[in-house]
Design a binder for this molecule. Structure first.
Ligand code: IPM
Ligand code: MG
Length: 372
């Protein structure tokens, strides 16, 4: 079966890391019998420059029709002064919203080879494997009313609205419980029920769903501020964390840094299963990193791991996902590093060289498989 994906390289380091990800996809097509056809599309600042909008109707339509979307990064200082409605980030938010990608899976896994790259003690992060499930299409990111208004006395007032409905909470909590069952069977739900009604509702709905369908999963609740603290104090206590859009944005960056580098972490954003098809967007969680864009030194591994997630969650290609993840681990074990994860005694590689090293590793796996 041929799978059609749309690739959105976007801005900053986006094009550089996407090139390496495409190389990996081509390798799987050539060597493992997959048939993935990639068609490029525009998003973010480069789309503003070309089409005047961060996500054109044509690109959105192509993404809607595709079996999955692979995105690299959006944004940069060049477009920082533009109105929120048409900023590069608005293109990404529109894509999430239009495809109804409500469940954002952000794994934070510490590779043994990278345990010293973390700013935390290795005893705290060794073996760490957390999955943050972030609600992605609701909450304060999309709540109305929003805006900046001028008051009669000339002051200005900025407004955003945090809002959640029962269904929005239940559908994302369900994803978290289901994932936990395939992992360590623990879910920690995080909100601010002590000060926010939306948080109180969140806690009540998650509890009710747990009672109804997921009693076998261990559920705990934690205020988001405490969760931020506990992630640093004792991250190993967590398995799956489920939380809203804004807290998820913050906690997932924090969890990412436990692993040593934002440059290592992929994500999947999934919609509901409708007529056998699930809309899906895969992207690294790092941004466009304008400071190093164009220098050829960015780490392509987060985007490449997003490809592995795509294999697993969209294409039922668990074996291929594992092959790819194992190859990444081997490359790291051999002391090959991009600048962001560089440590003493290792060899520093450019973006391109990391892509080449990974393909070499994949080729080696193939040879071992043939002789075995
Ligand atoms: C993320 C990013 C986005 C977000 C930005 C780029 C809009 O920080 O995916 O975490 O805030 O959701
Ligand atoms: Mg973020």
């Amino acid at each position: 079966m041929t799978r059609h994906i749309v690739t959105l390289e976007g801005d900053g380091i986006g094009p550089e890391v996407m090139t390496e990800a495409l190389g990996v996809i081509a390798w799987f097509n050539q060597n493992m019998g997959s048939r993935i056809e990639a068609a490029p599309g525009d998003i973010g600042g480069m789309s503003i420059d070309k089409h005047g909008v961060p996500l054109s109707d044509a690109t959105l339509e192509a993404c809607r029709k595709a079996d999955a979307v692979l995105l690299a990064a959006v944004g940069g200082p060049k477009w920082d002064k533009i109105d929120y409605k048409i900023r590069p980030e608005a293109g990404l938010l529109k894509l999430r919203k239009e495809l109804d990608l409500f469940a954002n899976l952000r794994p934070a896994k510490v590779y043994d080879a990278l345990v010293d790259a973390s700013t935390l003690k290795s005893s705290v992060v060794k073996g760490l494997d957390i999955m943050i499930v972030r609600e992605l299409t609701g909450g304060v990111y999309f709540g109305e009313p929003r805006g900046i208004e001028t008051l009669p006395d000339g002051q200005r007032r900025g407004i955003n609205t945090q809002v959640y409905t029962t269904n929005e909470i239940i559908r994302v909590a369900r994803v978290a419980f289901e994932l936990a069952r395939k992992r360590k069977n623990r879910v920690c739900s995080s909100e601010k029920a002590n000060v926010m009604e939306s948080g109180k509702l969140w806690r009540e709905e998650v509890t009710a769903l747990h009672q109804k369908d997921y009693k076998d999963v261990e559920l705990s609740h934690m205020y988001a501020d405490n969760c931020a603290m506990q992630l640093l104090r004792n991250p190993a206590q967590f398995d799956v964390i489920v939380t809203d859009n804004l807290f998820g944005d913050i906690l997932s960056d924090e969890a990412a840094m436990l692993t040593g580098s934002l440059g290592m972490l992929p994500s999947a954003s999934l919609g509901a299963l409708i007529n056998g098809k699930r809309a899906a967007l895969y992207e690294p969680i790092h941004g466009s990193a304008p400071d190093i864009a164009g220098k050829g030194i960015a780490n392509p591994l987060a985007t490449i791991q997003s490809v592995a997630m795509m294999f697993r969650y969209s294409f039922d290609m668990a074996r291929e996902a594992e092959t790819l993840e194992t190859a990444i681990e081997s490359v790291l074990k051999r002391g090959l590093r991009t600048a962001d994860i560089m440590s003493e005694g290792c060899k520093k590689l450019s973006t391109k060289e990391m892509g080449v090293a990974l393909i070499a590793e994949l080729n080696a796996t193939l040879k071992t498989a043939k002789t075995a």
